[in-house]
Design a protein around this ligand. Structure first.
Ligand code: SF4
Length: 346
């Protein structure tokens, strides 16, 4: 299959064109790609690449695009969920997230249609894995949302449908294109990859010195709960996960971010606080606390105020730094754990 233009870096486009007998230079490849990634109507007019070469490159690359099935805005917080159809008809979401700075947005990107991890508290997990998304589909998603944003898109987080590290090569490729000067102009440090804890891929991410931020969604330290809540990720021993995260923190010298989906009566007790304290003793880390979002009547419930306060007080007493994270768009099924490829009204 021909490569999609949106997933090629300039040197790759040159190599691809040259291999097919087109004498494309690096500066020409850059100009073609800058135009390909630019919002409509903002293509450069000066020094265009010769038409014959543009036509030759067009013949050698794919240009298919995503179809927008629905845009749904949560009126309470301004989060916008996009329901998209990619190649082969698979459906997935992306979410435009308003940031604190007015007129700035981040985009939550899917990396797969569905997910193989089957986390018990996540609607995407109940879909099963349909397929990995291509790098171009992730790039095209961000650019589509960017083109419609009433301001600037300055960040991206791979936290939509799918486990990004399960689709490692395509996600890293998309991230690389997003932050390329000829790509979408998102700073590498403003790109976040969120994983449920795939140990070999975390080690690879660290060894490759990927410049993106990593968030590990741990959710429980207790082996029996891990088996139930994270049936696939928990096949890897928790000690190995902790070791991989410690290695990552040491190699990057950065604060480790651990995400924790709070569920009433499930993972807010002193055993979890002690498990966290032990696992990450001596590691600079912060715990991102997120309320569970489960739309099922018999699903996981959010911790009530008393339970949440007791957990937070326990974290403070144990010296564990935390911050509460807002996961918006719940009224449109756009919040973390709610993406299932449905229209907002259904
Ligand atoms: S929480 Fe993430 S890794 Fe787990 S099933 Fe949902 S999308 Fe997959």
């Amino acid at each position: 299959m021909l490569p999609h233009l949106l997933e090629l870096l300039p040197a790759e486009l040159v190599a691809h064109a040259n291999a097919h007998g087109v004498a494309l230079r690096l500066d020409e490849a850059r100009r073609i790609l800058v135009d390909a990634h630019a919002p409509p109507g903002q293509q450069r007019r000066r020094k265009p690449v010769a038409r014959a070469k543009q036509a030759a490159v067009a013949e050698l690359t794919r240009h298919d695009s995503l179809e927008v099935l629905e845009r749904a805005t949560d009126p309470s917080d301004g989060f916008v969920k996009y329901l998209l159809r990619g190649r082969d008809g698979d459906v997935f979401e992306a979410v435009r997230i308003p940031l604190h700075a007015p007129g700035r947005f981040s985009v939550c990107l899917s990396s797969q249609a569905g997910c193989a991890m089957r986390c018990a508290f996540c609607a995407t997990g109940r879909l099963g894995l349909r397929r990995h998304l291509d790098a171009w589909e992730m790039v095209a998603t961000l650019e589509l949302l960017r083109n419609e944003a009433p301001g600037r898109v300055t960040g991206a987080v791979f936290q939509g449908q799918g486990e990004p590290l399960h689709n490692y090569d395509a996600v890293m490729k998309a991230a690389r294109v997003l932050c390329d000067p000829c790509g979408a102009h998102v700073a590498a440090k403003a790109i976040t990859v969120s994983t449920v804890g795939l140990v070999p891929q975390i080690r690879r991410f660290t060894a490759e010195r990927q410049p993106y931020r990593l968030i590990a969604s741990i959710t429980t330290t207790q082996p029996d709960r891990r088996t139930h809540l994270l049936p696939v990720a928990s096949r890897l021993p928790f000690d190995e996960l902790v070791a991989a995260l410690r290695e990552h923190a040491e190699a990057t010298g950065k604060l480790l971010t651990i995400a924790w989906v709070m569920m009433a009566g499930v993972n807010t007790d002193p055993a979890e606080i002690e498990g966290l304290r032990r696992a990450f003793a001596g590691v600079p880390f912060v715990l991102n606390l997120i309320d569970v979002n489960d739309a099922r009547p018999d699903g996981f419930a959010r911790a009530g105020e008393a339970e949440r306060t007791a957990f937070i007080d326990g974290l403070s007493a144990a010296g564990i730094p935390f911050r509460r994270r807002y996961s918006g768009g719940a009224a449109r099924h756009a919040a973390c754990g709610m993406l299932a490829g449905h229209r907002a009204a259904s």
